[in-house]
Design a protein around this ligand. Sequence first.
Ligand code: ANZ
Ligand code: ZN
Length: 852
Amino acid sequence: MKYNPQVIENKWQKVWEENKVFKVEKDNNKPKYYCLEMFPYPSGKIHMGHVRNYAIGDVISRYKFMKGFNVIHPMGWDAFGLPAENAAIKNKIHPAKWTYSNIENMKMQLKKMGLSYDWDREVATCDPEYYKWEQMIFLQMYEKGLVYRKKSLQNWCNDCHTVLANEQVEDGRCWRCGDIVEKKEINSWYFKITDYAEELLDWTYKLPGWPEKVLVMQRNWIGKSYGAEIDFKVEGEPTTITVFTTRPDTLFGATFMLLAPEHPLSKELLKGTDREKDGFEFIDGILKEDKISRMADDKEKKGFFTGKYTINPLTGYKMPIYIANYILMDYGTGAVMAVPAHDQRDFEFAKKYNLEIIIVIKPLDRELDPSKMTEAYTEPGIMINSGKFDGMNSEEAKTAITDYLLSQSIGKRSVNYRLKDWGISRQRYWGAPIPIIYCDDCGIVPVPYENLPVRLPLDVEFTGIGNPLDRSESFKSVECPKCGKPAVRETDTMDTFVESSWYFLRYCSPKNDKAPFDKDEVKYWMPVDQYIGGVEHAILHLLYSRFYTKVLRDLGYVDFDEPFERLLTQGMVCKETYRCGEHDWLFPEEVVDGKCKHCGKAVEIGRVEKMSKSKKNVVDPDNLINEYGADTARLFSLFASPPEKDLEWNEQGVEGSFRFLGRVWRLIHKNIALFSEELSDNGEESKVSKDILYYMHSAIKKVTLDIEKYQLNTAVAAIMEYSNNLSDIEPQIKTDKERYLFREALRSLIILLAPFTPHISEELWNVTGHVGLVSRYEWPTYDDRYTFRDDVTIAIQINGKVRGEIVIQRGSDEGFVLSLAKSDEKIKKYLEGKQLVKEIYVKEKLVSFVVK
Ligand code: ANZ
Ligand code: ZN
C-alpha cells in the first residue's frame, strides 16, 4: 500500500462535503469558538500566502473542535474592487461575471486544500443581499451624524480616475498604476471615525490577545498628542492666527510664523499686496505635491514670506509670517509657531531664510551658541531667555506656560489626533452604491429604506475613463423621494474597506433577509476568538473593523466593544530570486547551470523576497498540491517556520514533509494487524512499556501546549519526533501489554496529526478500523505522571566535543555522575595519561571535562 495523496484527498473531501461535516449551528450547551481568516479578494487564483494563512486557521479550528468547542469557521469573498473593473476594461468582461467565475475557481482550490469551512455561511460582498445592509447601516449612520459630505483637496489619479487614500499614494505616485498623483477639489462622503479616536486608542491597551507591534502601529496611526493652542495677533490687521504646539515651553523662542499653503489666511494675507502674484504661484506649486512627501524629514524646506508679521504674545517679538511647504492643513490648526533653536525643521528653515535663532532651553552640561549650532536642540533642559520661567525645568515649564497663557486668555490646552475622518467615496463602478439622491429643491435626500438595495445597474460601459455609473442614465436619473421632481443619484460607491469592516458579523447569519445579522446569533458567536491574516492589514482594515463595531454598538446592534479577541499576523511566504546583468528577474527555469538561458551571463542569486509575480519567484499552490497533495502543502507551510515569521520556501522542505507522511503511512500499515487483536493493558511493566507511555504522553503534552501557543512549527516537529521514536521502538515490542500500549500510541499519532494533515489522518483512522471521522474525534489528554522519566541520557564532552553518553537516574548527585562518566569505557580512553583541568556537571544534561 503506497501513500497516494491524490486518491485519498479526493475521497475524504467528498465525505466531508457530502455529510456537511463542518456545518455548524448555534448551540447554547456548548462553548463556542470563532476562528476567522481574513477573506480573500477573488483575484482568480490562490497563492502561497493564502495557503499558509488558511492552513494556520484550519489547524486552530480543527483542534478547537476536537477540544469540544462548537467551532464556527467561515469563508467568503471580499468581492468588490478595482481589479474586476480593470479586467472589464481590458477584456470586455463584466466585473460581476469576472468576479463570480473567479470565486468559483478559488473555491474549488480551497476545497482541494481540505479546509474545514462551513460553506453554507459563504458570503460575497458584491451580492446585493450583502451590500443592501451596508447601505442601510450607512443611512443609520447618516441619521446619527456619523456620515457627512465635504469638499476637500484629494489625491487624484488621472489614470485610474479615482480619489486615492493617503495610504494609496506611494512616493507621490498611485499605488496601483504608478501615475503621478495630483490634487483635486472633490466632494466626498466621510465616516466620522475621529469621534471614536479616543476610544479606539484606549482599547489598544485592553487587547492582550493582539501582537504588541500591531497595537503600537494602531496607536501611532491614531497619533494622539497633548499640547496647547496659542493665539497670535497679526500686526496691523484684525486677525489672529491660532497655532497648535506640543512645546509651549519653547514659546519665548518663537521667531517666525508658518502657515500651511491651504490655510485660508495664506491667500488672504497676500491679497491686494505686491506679493500676491508670486505668492499664489508658490501656493499652487506646493499644492500639486502629495502630503506625505511634503512632510518627509529630508524634503527641502521651502517658504514664501507674506510681508506680514505676528507678535509673540510673551516677548513682543515681531515674527515674519511665511507660507511653508512642510506645514499641512489637516493637522492641528494648519499654523505653526516656529522655534528654530528647538525644532529641526524650523532650524533648517531659519538657516535657509536667515531668520533669528533664540535659545530658550539649555542642556545641563553645556552652553549653546546660536551662531555655532548645526542642528536644533530638541531635548528637555533648563529654561533660559524666558522671563519669569528662567531656571525652570522645561517639562515643568510646559504646564507653567500653558497655565499662564490660560490666565491671560491667549491660549488653552489642546489634544490633537493624527487620525483623520475616513473618506469612503470612490468614483468607481464595482462597489456598493452610496444610497443618496440629490434634488435641486430638497438637497441631499437619503434613499428610503424600503428602496434598498440600490443595485448596481448592468447597462454600463467600461471605457477606462471616469466612473461608468456617471454615464448610466437609468441609474442616475431618479425621482426625488421627497418631492417627486427629477433628481440624480450619487454615483460614488463605497470604499471596499467598508464591506470588510463587518463581514465577520454577517457570517453569523449569512442568509438573514430581515437585518444585517441576527442579534441572537451574533451574541452567541461574536466576538471572533481568533483572527488570522497578513500584517499588511495591521492598520487600516483592523482599525476600520474596530470602528465599525463600535458604531454598530452605538446603533444598538451589538453589545460588545471589540470584534477580535485575539489576532495572529502571519509572516510572508518568501523565496530566493534570480537575476543576471542583462535580465532583471529570472524564473528558476531560465537559469541553466548557474547561467542565464537568454544571455549566458552568470546568474546572481538574489535576496530571498516575498513571492511576487514581478520577481518571478512564485510557487503555484496548484502545482504543489497536484504533485505532493494538500497534506504535504499544509504540513510544509506549518512546519517551515513559526506562524508570525516569514517562511522561506525550499523544495527540500516540501520533499521532507512528503517523506515524513510516507513514513507515518508505512508505520501504521505495517502494524495494522494490531488494531484487530484482543489486547489488554494488564501485565508487567517493562522498560519498553514505560518508554511508550513516556513518548505518547510527552508528545500529546507538547503538541497540545504548542498549539495553544500557536507554535505550530514546533508542534509539527514534536509529532515528527514522536513518530520516529515509535518507529525506533517498534522492533522491541513483545508482550501483550507492550502491543496494547503501542497500538494506543499509534492511535494518538493519527489523532495528533489530524488538524495538520486531515486527509491522511482520516484514511489511517479508517483503515485501522475506526468508525466515524478522526476530524470529529476528541483530542487526547496527557497524564503528567508519564511525561517525566526517572532516567535521563546525558552527554559527555571532552574539550568541547561530545565523546559519549551515559544514562543516569534523575536526582543523582554530582559526585556520583562524574565518577560514572569517568568510568565509562569510551571516556576512559580520552582521559588516560592526561591531566584533568576542569570538570563540570550541568544537571541532568551534560558532563564536560577539560584535559591537557
Ligand atoms: C512649536 C514647536 C517647538 C514644536 C519645538 C515642536 C518643537 P506632534 O508631536 O507630531 O503632534 N505642527 C503642528 N501643526 C503642524 C502642521 N499642521 N504641519 C506640520 N507641523 C505641525 O507634532 C506637533 C508639533 O508639530 C507642533 O509643536 C508643531 O511644532 C508642529 F521645539 O510647535 B511645534
Ligand atoms: Zn426633492
